[in-house]
Design a protein around this ligand. Structure first.
Ligand SMILES: [Cu+2]
Length: 427
């Protein structure tokens, strides 16, 4: 016997069933891989889909995917994370899948990509796919091209990769807060033909910046320009892994800038050419040699060179205050000020007073001045010849003979051939 009650129950089942059928591909969200370590995860060949030469994300990793009905499916989780910026300092950041920056997304020109984004932040978010050509409604600008992703909800982005290149992802929602907290990642689209633009080693890192008071762990979100931590992939020297290269390799380094100022990235020992921007590949006829590439705000530059000269070659931002860790910005210049005579008078009122800076600041690394917990020394790092007096945006390209293909393990310091190191003149 038919009753209104039965009819309602039947139609409810029917509606739910239809919903499941039409959204079959969404019925199961791919597992979200997570990473707790800030070590570089060395690349491995793609497990499925078209072949490509994977990139090395400095102190980072690549997000796994699954293939489903011809779509490459990824799952990003926006969430608070704890990031070790260098041994001795951790920061409370926001990121994706356990780390800031988020994992690198790698795919191939022509791929159909579906990205699930789950919001586990305390506020709404979106993701903008910087530089990628896609339908407007997938562009991720909260309020303009989509509603914001509420706390606890999952949104889906779907697009086809129209061209290869180097792109980035970041929120377009409460941007000043969310980017100052570390929400960003790389998006590398490999050419469909792996022989095109082929290199032997391909590194990626994002320039980012934080304002974290010495002793604190959480960045200030209202800082506009005066950041005090200048990092690569949310790591600072000596916490940034070296870029390990086999002699003779063709090397690409892709650098994106999501800070609020430009960074002239300078490589020692080589000249290079800029082969790509976030707009695409630079035609060979339009390339010119450089030793520094100035990377503007919101830009990416891919540089390439052939590593024919072994050694430990510095790579760093050429703004010297960007190769330092947190410090007071109001340190007066004391060079040439001989204040030894007055020290005994000053120490009567300031017992801890130290004479410093009158011969430069190099002494400070050796003085072991007391600093707050969870704070890095301003100039730090030790090399085979002594203190390096560096911090922030600094690392070393280690070019060595005889490495195996795909071997990225730190080979230690360069052993200079006899007679090739600067020496003291003894008359
Ligand atoms: Cu810089």
């Amino acid at each position: 016997m038919f009753s209104r009650r039965n009819f309602l129950a039947a139609s409810a089942v029917g509606v739910a069933g239809m919903g499941l059928v039409s959204k079959a591909s969404l019925a199961s969200i791919p597992e979200a891989a997570t990473q707790s370590s800030s070590a570089t995860v060395f690349p491995s060949a793609p497990a499925s889909g078209r072949p490509y030469n994977p990139v090395v994300t400095l102190n980072g990793w690549t997000l796994p995917w699954r293939m489903r009905d011809g779509w490459k499916e990824f799952h990003l989780i926006a969430e608070p994370v704890i990031r070790e910026m260098a041994p001795g300092m951790v920061a409370n950041l926001w990121g994706y899948n356990g780390q800031s920056p988020g994992p690198t997304i790698e795919c191939v020109e022509g791929d159909k990509v579906r990205i699930f984004v789950t919001n586990k932040l305390p506020e709404h978010t979106t993701i903008h796919w910087h530089g990628i050509l896609l339908p407007c409604g997938m562009d991720g600008v909260g309020g303009l091209t989509q509603p914001h992703i509420p706390v606890g909800k999952t949104f889906v982005y779907e697009f086809v990769m129209k061209k290869s290149g180097t792109f980035m992802y970041h929120p377009h929602a409460d941007e000043m807060v969310q980017m100052s907290m570390g929400m960003m990642g790389f998006f590398v689209v490999h050419p469909r033909n792996p022989a095109l633009h082929a290199v032997d080693r391909d590194f990626v890192f994002i320039l980012n910046a934080y304002d974290i008071e010495p002793g604190a762990k959480t960045p200030k979100n209202s800082t506009m320009l005066d950041f005090n931590i200048w990092s690569w992939n949310s790591r600072v020297f000596p916490g940034i892994d070296p870029l390990v290269v086999r002699k003779g390799d063709r090397v690409r380094i892709r650098v994106g800038n999501l800070t609020m100022t430009n960074h002239p990235i300078h490589l020692h020992g080589y000249d290079f050419v800029v082969t790509g921007t976030d707009g695409g590949w630079v035609p060979p006829s339009a390339r010119w040699p450089e030793v520094s590439a100035d990377i503007g705000v919101g830009q990416m530059r891919a540089i390439e060179f052939v590593a024919d000269e072994p050694g430990d070659w510095a790579i760093h931002c050429h703004k010297s205050h960007h190769t330092m860790n947190p410090m007071g910005h109001n340190v007066p210049t004391m060079i040439g000020v001989d204040h030894r005579d007055v020290v005994h008078k000053i120490t009567r009122v300031v017992p801890d007073y130290m004479v410093m800076g009158e011969r430069g600041m190099a002494d400070m690394q050796e003085m072991e001045m007391p600093i707050p917990d969870n704070t890095l020394p301003m100039m730090t790092g030790r090399g085979p010849f002594g203190p390096l007096e560096m911090g922030g945006m600094f690392s070393v390209v280690k070019v060595r003979e005889g490495l195996a293909r795909g071997d990225y393990k730190d080979p230690g310091w360069y052993q200079h051939p006899p007679g090739t190191v600067a020496y003291e003149w003894k008359g």
